[in-house]
Ligand binder design. Sequence first.
Ligand code: SF4
Length: 280
Amino acid sequence: MEIEIASKSGFCFGVQRAVDIAFKLGCKYSKGVYTLGPIIHNPKVVEQLEKASVHMLNDIDNIKSGILIVRSHGLPPNIIDEAKKKGLKVVDATCPFVKKVQTYAISLKEKGYPVLLIGDKNHPEVIAIRGYVNDEIIICESVNDLNKLDIPPKLGVVAQTTQDYEKFKTIVTNLLDCVRELKVYNTICDSTVVRQQSALKLAKKVDLMFVIGGKNSANTNRLSNICSIVNPKTHLIESSEEIDEKWLDSISKIGITAGASTPKWIIDDVVERLKNISIN
Ligand code: SF4
């Protein structure tokens, strides 16, 4: 059984940075270090951080004192202000590329452009961006939304960093028919694009594809969808334990990719399990 790993897969710069900050603070203070929601969308990494004294809570009311780490997707500014008012030390681990989307949205609004964000309305990154423009934003999840939305004649556009480029392009192209003035910032992160391209290339040439990552991770799910289109034998798994040996019957070439929030040790573990299955 041959195994090939996509040339670009696993932790991206922003996730690596956030996780490093969290582990460092957990080691240094050993208690009173918190994140609101998962620091990244990978339950295995969140589990490890918990062991390293970085605790995930969902409500700021439950944090009485200590340090609040702003996760890679960012947090709405009212939550950050509330944390500061409570006397918490706030450490910002927002990915700089996510920060850029927040900054563009603010600047478009200040310049008089109603802002349209291409993204998933319930994603934490989108929720944080909404907060930076006081909720004065139009969220477009798909090209079909354009018929239902009230699109003003002058518009500024940004995208959630992990959106699919083709979808972004289609929506922007369709917007040209609806507006008179359009200012567009392509804020899709390169790490996302290169991971999608390299996964697609690999999925086309293997018998079976594993996409490793959190099932709650938007970019991992998108990788899995992209691979499934060209390779129906695509499996999204969070860890090696989920591999069903029956999937590997009559398979000679396996491809592996991993979402931007998947650490190398989980990828190595999957490869190890596959090698063991192959030997036995
Ligand atoms: S995918 Fe891009 S925007 Fe998202 S955390 Fe990674 S580097 Fe930052």
